[in-house]
Design a protein around this ligand. Structure first.
Ligand code: GLA
Length: 401
């Protein structure tokens, strides 16, 4: 059990017990991709792929981090926080730095973390890492920041320490998830609304393209800039347009001649995708899974052709899923350039679905397809492990510490 594992490792490494134990989930996004940083709508949910943390204040002035899964560690003085060459540690150090920036007086702390959110698969392992630590430090330091502030702290950590200018969706989903519900966030007003999603009636199956989205960060930031260029162009005529959320297709058409082709297509995708989220929520409310699924396929087409963040493997997976018995909808999920497709499948068809899509994938790429069936769970929370026997002699930290 992962909470137990990190608790045991914490005691082994640091020699004291009773750390705070925290569970932080990854997320899926049903629809609304690349809309968050355009201040539009998203529809994510927290899932049962999670990162577990054991965190304790160490009464010194150092931050000592251990990645249980990588068997690696990183130590840094609280008053000398900076980005390091250790990628995984930057997500955590970024959170500590953001808290400091907000005036929180940090103390030395120890942290062991590990879990089962696949890295680079589009399930936001990075947001889970950031949000879990933000939550833990908030508890331990008694800062009592509200969850939306913690989401912003985590998002800023990603901007400044990981260099990805992400929107708020992933951090929001990890913190605000609720069991069996998806949540629509309005990224402009930050209002949100939960919608029931019955995974007994409709399963969420993720198919891993096997492509890690390593190119994603630079391409991701480029998409953001292209959207900003579009807003700038529209603003010349419509000063009320502050983000693509405020733009309409009619406005885009009206000024098309002033747009270069790429910027135009990026903007068209975002404006259409925003509307799809609203339509998808309406479909959910009428229990129209088929209608919901059609919107997912349309979302994929837009991401592939207009926004150009898909890849061959994702396209093959989406196409293989389309039209199979019991498949309501499929599309690539997350930032793109790899990661997973998300598929909504009738429970009795899940097995044949996995078989069929797996066969198509194997035939095309000569590799076995990895799939995950996920359920929708609660957002970041404190968790427990069984009482641990006390140890007198802590284990040495891994070699490179
Ligand atoms: C990544 C980012 C999110 C969001 C998605 C695309 O997951 O972290 O903020 O922009 O890509 O929807």
């Amino acid at each position: 059990m992962p909470a137990q594992t990190v608790a045991t490792a914490f005691q082994r490494h640091f020699g004291y017990t009773a750390p705070l134990l925290v569970r932080a989930p990854g997320r899926v996004n049903l629809i609304g991709e690349h809309t968050d940083y355009n201040l539009g709508y998203v529809l994510p949910a927290a899932i049962d792929k999670e990162i577990y943390f054991a965190v304790g204040l160490n009464s010194g002035s150092e931050i000592r981090l251990v990645s249980h899964d990588l068997n690696d560690c990183c130590t840094i003085a609280v008053d000398q926080l900076h980005r390091t060459d250790t990628q995984w540690a930057n997500y955590l150090l970024g959170v500590a730095a953001q808290l400091q920036k907000r005036g929180v007086v940090l103390a030395g702390f120890d942290c062991v973390f590990g879990g089962n959110v696949p890295v680079g698969a589009g399930m936001s392992s990075s947001a889970a890492v950031e949000c879990g630590l933000a939550f833990a430090l908030d508890q331990l330091l008694g800062t009592r920041l509200d969850k939306m502030t913690l989401a912003h702290v985590a998002q800023k950590a990603e901007h400044e320490y990981a260099g990805v200018m992400c929107g708020l969706m992933d951090q929001f989903a990890s913190l605000f998830g609720r069991p069996s519900q998806v949540v629509r966030l309005d990224c402009r007003s930050l209002d949100y609304e939960y919608f029931p999603f019955d995974t007994d009636a409709c399963r969420i199956v993720l198919c891993n393209s096997g492509v890690k989205h390593s190119l994603a960060s630079s391409e991701y930031n480029k998409r953001r800039e292209e959207c900003e260029r579009g807003v700038h162009l529209l603003q010349q005529h419509h000063p009320e347009v502050k983000s693509l959320r405020d733009a309409t297709l009619a406005q885009l058409e009206q000024h098309r001649a002033e747009f270069d082709e790429v910027t135009y297509r990026r903007c068209r995708y975002v404006v259409e995708e925003n509307q799809r989220v609203l339509d998808a929520c309406a479909a959910l409310q009428r229990h129209d899974l088929a209608g919901f699924g059609q919107l997912m396929h349309a979302s994929h087409a837009g991401l592939r052709d207009d926004y150009e963040v898909s890849c061959l493997e994702l396209d093959v997976l989406e196409e293989a899923a389309r039209g199979l018995p019991g498949v309501y909808g499929a599309r690539m999920m997350g930032g793109g350039f790899g990661g997973c497709t998300i598929n909504l499948v009738a429970p009795e068809q899940v097995e044949p679905f996995i078989r069929e899509v797996g066969r198509a994938y194997q035939q095309r790429f000569g590799r076995e397809l990895e799939t995950y069936q996920t359920s929708i769970v609660n957002g970041v929370s404190e968790t427990r492990a069984e009482a641990l026997p006390s140890v007198n002699h802590p284990a040495p930290l891994p070699d490179n510490c």
